[in-house]
Ligand binder design. Structure first.
Ligand code: FES
Length: 106
C-alpha cells in the first residue's frame, strides 16, 4: 500500500498508508490530519487541499487538468510544485510520496 508523508505547516510529519485508488486528500482526511480542509469533498473546486509535492514524488502522478491548473493559479502561495491533493490519485505502483501542506492566508 502506498505510504504518504504529510509535512504539516508546523513542520510535523505524519506518515500514513493510503490504499491505491484513493487520493492524497483522502489519506489526510480519513486519518484526521490537520491542514487539508477539502471543503468541496474532492471535486476540484475549492483549492483547500493545496499541497506542494516533493520533486522526487511528482512523476508518480498524472499532469494536472486544466481545471486544476486554473484553481491553482489563484491559490495562496502557489508554486511550481503546487497540486490539489484531491487530484493526486495513488496507484499500486506508487512508492513513498511526500507532500507539504500549503498554508492558506484565509
Ligand atoms: S478538495 Fe476541493 S479542490 Fe481538492
Amino acid at each position: 500500500m502506498p505510504k504518504v508523508a504529510y509535512v504539516l505547516p508546523d513542520g510535523a510529519v505524519h506518515e500514513v498508508d493510503v490504499p491505491s485508488g484513493q487520493s492524497v486528500m483522502d489519506g489526510s482526511v480519513r486519518n484526521n490530519l490537520p491542514g487539508i480542509i477539502a471543503e468541496c469533498g474532492g471535486s476540484c473546486s475549492c483549492a483547500t487541499c493545496h499541497v506542494y509535492v516533493d520533486e522526487a514524488s511528482r512523476a508518480q502522478f498524472d499532469e494536472p487538468s486544466d481545471d486544476e491548473r486554473e484553481l491553482l493559479e489563484f491559490a495562496d502561495g502557489a508554486r511550481p510544485a503546487s497540486r490539489l491533493a484531491c487530484q493526486l490519485i495513488l496507484s499500486a505502483s506508487c512508492a513513498a510520496v511526500r507532500v507539504t501542506v500549503a498554508v492558506s492566508d484565509d
